[in-house]
Each structure stands twice: as C-alpha cells, then as structure tokens.
Design a binder for this molecule. Sequence first.
Ligand code: FES
Ligand code: FES
Length: 159
Amino acid sequence: MNVSFCVNGESHELDVAPNTLLVSVLREHLGLTGTHVGCDTSQCGACTIHLNGRAVKSCAMLAVQAQDAEVVTIEGLGRVDDLHPMQQAFRDCHGLQCGFCTPGMIMQAVDLATQVETLDADAIRQGMEGNLCRCTGYQNIVAAVAKGAVALKAQSGEV
Ligand code: FES
Ligand code: FES
C-alpha cells in the first residue's frame, strides 16, 4: 500500500505492507533510529513521536494510519547545536542515564507542556506515566520536564 506523509518537514511517499507499524517505517525505511522500540506492546513509551502535534506511541499505529499526517520525531525537534528547550532541560537536569527512554520522554514532555497550563510534580508524574525509565528513578526527569515547560512558555512569550 502507498502511504504519504510528512516527517520532520520532508514529504515521503512509501510502499509498505498493510500491517507495517509506523515505528518500523520511521526506523527502517527512513533511518530515524532516535525513535526507540522498548516493548512493542504500548507499555514503555520509548517510541513516542508527534503526530499532527500530539504525542503518540508509534508502535501502536500502522504506518497507513499516518496518511497525510505531519510527523515529528526526536530528530526533528532540535539540532545538536540548537537544542529544543525540553532537550536542553533534560541535559541541564541530568534527566537521563542510558538514554534509551529519553527521546520518547522528551516527545511526551513537549506535548504535556503544551497541553497543561500548570505543571507541578504530580501533574508531570501523571502526564508521563506512559513512559517508563529503568535507570533514573524519575526524579531528574520530573525536574527536567518542569524546567523545560517553563522554558517553552518563555519561548512562546507566555511568561
Ligand atoms: S515500543 Fe512503543 S510503547 Fe514501548
Ligand atoms: S535513562 Fe535508561 S531507560 Fe531511562
């Protein structure tokens, strides 16, 4: 089947099997391996991307369901020399250890920060509950999301 969508600002038209997962297309067809696969069962959130501006688990979607969608992966969020505010916050707060969960964490955190007006620690923990980390104990991730959310609001002129 043909599927056409835009990924990180670039249009793509691909021929995929009907049962191909979106995460497989991103990683194997487009080489965007920053989107990780931790479980394949919608549990861990390592595969989280943005689809039309909202965070989704790309292992839980078929590629054909992304027809005409705007997809952003961690590669499209910022650049090494110009990090997105949420990426910078994870760096500043040491919100990662092995880094396996981090791309999905950041994609989810950006969505959370844009959806929820006031993000206290409880709201962050609740909003990030679909993203699992086996290294950090979450404390620094919560701090990073809080800092990133403030930075994002400042960037958008809300504060
Ligand atoms: S790989 Fe998608 S939720 Fe774990
Ligand atoms: S930093 Fe290792 S899984 Fe989260």
